[in-house]
Design a binder for this molecule. Structure first.
Ligand SMILES: C[S@@+](CC[C@H](N)C(=O)[O-])C[C@H]1O[C@@H](n2cnc3c(N)ncnc32)[C@H](O)[C@@H]1O
Length: 215
């Protein structure tokens, strides 16, 4: 993934963020070792700490994640939940889930994390809200579908965080016609004028849009 933020600034921000939890270091290390070319999908230290802060600041008790990969962001968010909080995380890949399950089970937050495997749109149809925080980070061509599926399940004061909204800068390239880029560009444009919600695009890592209900 091309870097959006100047790499020295990104490193400085990471170095001036509270230390990465050992459980997150462990899953990141195994992911980089085992899924070398896919490890760019990890949210990583800075964004993981950002998500953890969102859970803590918002007082979220019920969290939903669409796109778990090896469990980094799920663990980061679960670590900030209260003891009776819960996080449901969705992925389609058994290969990714095998790694995630081991790290979740070895963590102090396993009782708060519920892993569901299958196409996320199918799983979402089986879940009841309200969720206080929803993190969308799966296949980009379905981002709009995920947004529409989770919006009715959002708590009144809930937040939807949508990852990779800058897509390595390709959102600025009008000649980029691939499905993923078009899906992200179209969703970004739609959200900015969607009267149901208010949103702010934050330039953390690859861009994260925070969405909340207008009323
Ligand atoms: C960018 S990664 C998620 C990264 C993760 N949030 C983290 O911080 O480590 C995207 C994940 O979405 C999953 N995915 C792709 N298409 C999917 C679908 N249709 N339903 C559910 N999961 C899907 C992939 O298997 C992959 O693990």
């Amino acid at each position: 993934m091309p870097e959006i933020v100047n790499p020295d600034i990104e490193r400085y921000a990471s170095e001036h963020t509270s230390a990465e939890l050992p459980e997150l270091q462990a899953v990141a290390a195994e992911t980089r070792e085992r899924f070398k070319d896919r490890s760019g999908m990890l949210t990583g230290h800075l964004e993981g700490a950002f998500l953890r802060a969102l859970v803590a600041i918002s007082g979220a008790r019920r969290v939903l994640e669409v796109g778990m990969f090896t469990g980094y962001s799920a663990l980061a968010m679960a670590s900030a939940l209260p003891a009776d909080g819960s996080l449901v995380t969705l992925d389609i890949s058994e290969e990714h889930a095998e790694v995630a399950r081991r790290h979740v089970e070895a963590s102090p937050w396993s009782d708060r994390i519920d892993i569901r495997i299958g196409p996320a749109l199918d799983t979402l149809a089986t879940l009841d809200g309200p969720f206080d925080l929803v993190f969308i980070d799966a296949d980009k061509s379905n981002y709009r579908n995920y947004f529409e599926a989770v919006l009715p399940k959002l708590a009144d004061r809930g937040v939807i965080a949508i990852d990779n909204v800058l897509w390595g800068g390709r959102v600025l390239d009008a000649s980029a016609t691939d499905d993923d880029t078009r899906a992200i560009v179209d969703l970004n444009a739609a959200l900015a004028t969607d009267e149901r919600v208010e949103c702010v695009m934050v330039t953390v890592r690859d861009g994260v849009t925070l969405v909340r209900l207008r009323n």
